[in-house]
Design a protein around this ligand. Structure first.
Ligand code: RB5
Length: 148
């Protein structure tokens, strides 16, 4: 198992899937750092994307999970932080490629666009797949940290 602590956050649109994935991660043996939200009450997705990025920057977790209604807003929010590579994932292939090619450290889901079983499958793949370090993918990922 790679990193034992996984940070997780969502807005109201992702709250139900967050609850499911948090339970699943804990049952699988991970420690979960839950940064909210805590209910279906309407909140602003940037607050939760930023909270997770901040926690990862402080070293509280190496990997994270973010969920909003579509997965779009919260992934944009997280990707405004240079140390975050957040990938909006829809299926097993995008989950696998996010790790192999992009060294993604945050997986994002749309709580209104993906079912819990597919999301669990994607999350497993994300957690178990290694980055294809060393060649063209490293060169490209390094460029992400140094935008022109
Ligand atoms: C909230 O209604 C919704 O806009 C949000 O969860 C997300 O989909 C934004 O990208």
């Amino acid at each position: 198992m790679p990193s034992k602590t996984i940070a997780i956050a969502s807005d109201h649109g992702g709250f139900e899937l967050k609850t499911e994935l948090k339970k699943y991660l804990m049952e699988t043996g991970y420690t979960v750092l839950d940064l909210g939200s805590d209910s279906l009450e309407s909140v602003d997705y940037p607050d939760f994307g930023y909270a997770l990025a901040g926690a990862m920057k402080e070293g509280k977790a190496k990997l994270g999970v973010l969920i909003c209604g579509s997965g779009i807003g919260i992934s944009i929010a997280a990707n405004r932080h240079s140390e975050i590579r957040a990938a909006l994932v829809h299926d097993a292939l995008t989950a696998r490629l996010s790790r192999q090619h992009n060294d993604a450290n945050v997986i994002c889901f749309g709580g209104r666009t993906i079912g819990p079983e597919v999301a669990r499958d994607c999350l497993n793949i994300f957690l178990e797949t290694k980055f294809e370090d060393g060649g063209r993918h490293s060169r490209r990922v390094n460029k992400l940290s140094d935008p022109k």
